[in-house]
Design a protein around this ligand. Structure first.
Ligand code: ZN
Ligand code: ZN
Length: 282
């Protein structure tokens, strides 16, 4: 089984309207790319902050600018296609109950939890850049992985997105001097406690850092902690679907990860990873 669950039907630019990208023709392009890549399970997970309902969770100016569409119209559209229905939902500290309400009142197949922001600035958004100003690498990495731990522990999510996103800029931003395993530790502890699937994401290969998420040392700690894994590309275009999967499969093989998570109605099953539909492992 191969999956691609962390997929966006439209690019991130605000002018990319739902009307233009949530269409049968666009879905066809993604399905064709998935078939070509041997991906048996394809799902979409638009950013929660593109929907007006997200403003109940947070009123960050970036969210206010982005929140244009209706979440229920998106769900209804996806349900009329062969795609699995997911959403990429930021963890908003203090909004756990409102987040649970938003997620539980829709019939998602899975929910991907993300940390993009720490406080009011983001680790990956120019314009809201955490690195502007003081940008102390130890402090930013510490706060990022603590937020990721909280995100995992919230129990709101089935999958933890791009788990070491803080490295996205690679050498383009300050990097901490100390061994990164020190920073991973609190997140790995939380992952071990709550049994959330850790996303192996090939998106980092397309970013300045040029590596998979998570880094091999982080993956190794997750494996030792007994974590389960989900496989995705974080595609924002059809040609990103299944991008870099050979590298992801090599990383998994090197670390003894033989199964990936498959989701339906927020229930998880484990399947042997590899091309072809495969039979459930359990
Ligand atoms: Zn993300
Ligand atoms: Zn994404």
């Amino acid at each position: 089984m191969l999956t691609d669950y962390h997929v966006h039907l439209r690019p991130d630019e605000p002018e990319t309207t739902a009307e233009r990208y949530f269409t049968a023709e666009n879905v066809e392009r993604y399905l064709a790319a998935a078939a070509e890549a041997g991906i048996g399970e394809l799902g979409v997970s638009e950013h929660v902050y593109r929907f007006t309902q997200a403003l109940d969770l947070w009123r960050h100016p970036f969210w206010e600018e982005q929140a244009c569409d209706d979440l229920d119209a998106y769900c209804e559209f996806v349900r009329g296609t062969p795609l699995r229905l997911g959403v990429e939902c930021d963890f908003v500290p203090g909004a756990e109950d409102r987040t649970a309400n938003l997620l539980e009142s829709r019939d998602f197949d899975y929910v991907i939890g993300s940390v993009h922001f720490i406080g009011d600035t983001a680790v990956d958004h120019p314009g809201w850049d955490v690195w502007e100003g003081n940008g102390d690498a130890d402090e930013v990495w510490r706060r990022y992985f603590e937020a990721l731990a909280e995100c995992a522990r919230s129990g709101l999510f089935d999958i933890l997105a791009h788990p070491d996103l803080v490295k996205v800029w690679g050498k383009g931003r300050p990097l901490p001097d100390r061994d990164p395993r020190h920073f991973y530790e609190p997140a790995v502890e939380a992952i071990a406690e709550v049994d959330v699937a850790v996303e192996i994401s090939t998106a980092g290969l397309r970013k300045p850092v040029g590596e998979l998420y998570p880094a091999p040392a982080f993956l190794e700690m997750c494996v030792e902690a007994g974590a389960r894994f989900a496989l995705s590309s974080d595609a924002h275009l059809p040609e990103h679907v299944g991008f870099g999967y050979e590298e992801a499969m090599k990383l998994m093989k090197d670390h003894g990860v033989e199964e990936i998570c498959v989701f339906e109605g927020r229930r998880r099953s484990l399947h042997p990873v590899g091309a072809g539909a495969g039979e459930p492992a359990r």
